[in-house]
Design a protein around this ligand. Structure first.
Ligand SMILES: CC(=O)SCCNC(=O)CCNC(=O)[C@H](O)C(C)(C)COP(=O)(O)OP(=O)(O)OC[C@H]1O[C@@H](n2cnc3c(N)ncnc32)[C@H](O)[C@@H]1OP(=O)(O)O
Length: 404
């Protein structure tokens, strides 16, 4: 897709998503971030009827390496042309292109879970939504929390220090994307039209010895009824480099006067805040799948991560959509590194699975034992599920911190 076609291309996408245009600030950001040279348009004559884009990400994987990853995005087909195979044709072209670029992995967030399994994407990370009644839920904070200094800063001024904290967090959590130039704008994107009665975005910094060791971005939505104030603190992001700073930030968010709810729409499923609260049941935790993962080059992808325990298995991989992955792969690895090489189809396999299941396993967020119990991974050598299951896990749950 050429730069000059962007308006029409994006309009097609807009309409496929219902035709409610985004706020101008958001539209401008996506325009700037669109990588036109790797965006696909399907055309019926002069009319754009299908769109698919990809961002050039570097994604953190278990072990802390950053893997070149295609962030598939902006997929839409005009309703006038739906169910004629346009999406399939665009996915074909895109995955061939991703392979040619040498990106071992593609990821996306799906508008509907049913769409992408056929193309080899498996749900690989999850997030929690939390709605906490802060009139009834308290926090038990660790020693040192009182030593953390909190101060307000404007989001724009705070951004460089927050980005430095974020960058230090990336290798420690699979699924986080190392920031590419321009993407930091997403952190402070705050279109007035989207505030829905809430304040402009606010930022508080956590400091120790003058160093920024954590931050929270949030907004406050005031509300009053006959009994008094019952505002909501809408948490956009909280990150910190140590437990005391993390607890101090959450305590701040819980304690804001005139509010009685903390609402966080996107938190890791192993967010430590669930261990700080006095009553986790009243946090109304809800889980949703987030990142769909597709191994485009099985060998390179599995070699890029590490494994929690020593593993030596032959995987019999089925991949009808990307047949270059089809066949048997010997994976050996441990906490230090891994090798994943193609082996002859006559080599005895230990596990049989489709590439979609490998996608689910890749970031360590879905247990192999769960997939095996569902019949989606077949154990061909007794004990292989237990062995590989431990190895594929991740000490820290994968998480995608922002949409794309
Ligand atoms: C990463 C992202 O951007 S996610 C955003 C995806 N976009 C949207 O949801 C916007 C609204 N929807 C659309 O634009 C379109 O309906 C799309 C893109 C989802 C599908 O495009 P189409 O061109 O109709 O898909 P295509 O004809 O290639 O269908 C391929 C197969 O997927 C199936 N399929 C397509 N969409 C869906 C769906 N929403 N739910 C279930 N199955 C679906 C089709 O039935 C077909 O199955 P078959 O091969 O067994 O016959």
């Amino acid at each position: 897709m050429s730069q000059g076609d962007w308006e029409q291309w994006y309009k097609t996408l807009d309409v496929a998503f219902g035709g409610v245009a985004e706020a101008p600030e958001e539209r401008e950001l996506w325009r700037d971030l669109t990588e036109c040279e790797r965006s696909i348009g399907a055309w019926d004559g002069e009319t754009c009827v299908g769109t698919a884009g990809a961002f050039s990400f570097r994604m953190s994987v278990p072990g802390g390496a950053l893997v070149d990853t295609a962030g598939v995005t902006m997929v839409g087909v005009a309703a006038t042309h739906r169910r004629r195979g346009l999406l399939t044709a665009m996915m074909r072209r895109q995955l061939d292109d991703v392979r040619e670029r040498g990106e071992a992995v593609a990821v996306l967030t799906a508008s509907e879970p049913e769409i992408y399994g056929r193309f080899g994407y498996g749900a690989g990370s999850f997030h929690h939504r939390m709605e906490i009644d802060t009139t009834r839920v308290g926090l038990t904070v660790p020693p040192g929390t009182d030593d953390v200094r909190l101060r307000y800063e404007t989001p724009a001024k705070a951004l460089p220090a927050c980005e430095a904290v974020y960058a230090r967090r990336v290798p420690g959590r699979p699924g986080l994307m190392a920031r590419r130039p321009g993407w930091e704008r997403l952190v402070t994107l705050d279109p007035p039209a989207d505030r829905n009665g809430a304040s402009p975005q606010q930022c508080v910094l956590a400091e120790r010895d003058g160093e920024v060791v954590g931050f929270a971005f949030y907004a406050v939505k005031p509300e009053w009824d006959a009994q008094g104030p019952k505002g909501t603190v809408k948490v956009q992001d909280v990150e910190a480099l140590d437990p005391a700073a993390y607890a101090a930030l959450w305590r701040f968010l819980f304690d804001i006067d005139l509010t009685s709810t903390v609402l966080a729409l996107n938190r890791p499923v192993d967010d430590p805040v669930a261990q700080l609260v006095t009553n986790v049941r009243r946090c109304d935790l809800r889980t949703r799948e987030s990142l769909y993962v597709r191994l485009v080059d099985v060998g390179a992808a599995l070699e890029a991560r590490t494994y929690q325990t020593p593993v030596d298995v032959v995987l019999d991989v089925e991949d009808a959509f990307c047949p270059w992955n089809q066949g048997r792969w010997r994976l050996t690895g441990d906490t230090k590194g891994a090798s994943c090489k193609r082996v002859d189809d006559s080599a005895p396999a230990d596990l049989a699975l489709a590439v979609r299941e490998l996608g689910s396993l890749y970031l360590g967020g879905v247990p192999l034992t769960q997939l095996a119990a569902a019949g989606r991974v077949r154990e061909l050598r007794q004990g292989a599920v237990a062995e590989a299951g431990l190895a594929f896990g991740s000490a820290v749950a994968p998480w995608l911190s922002h949409g794309f």
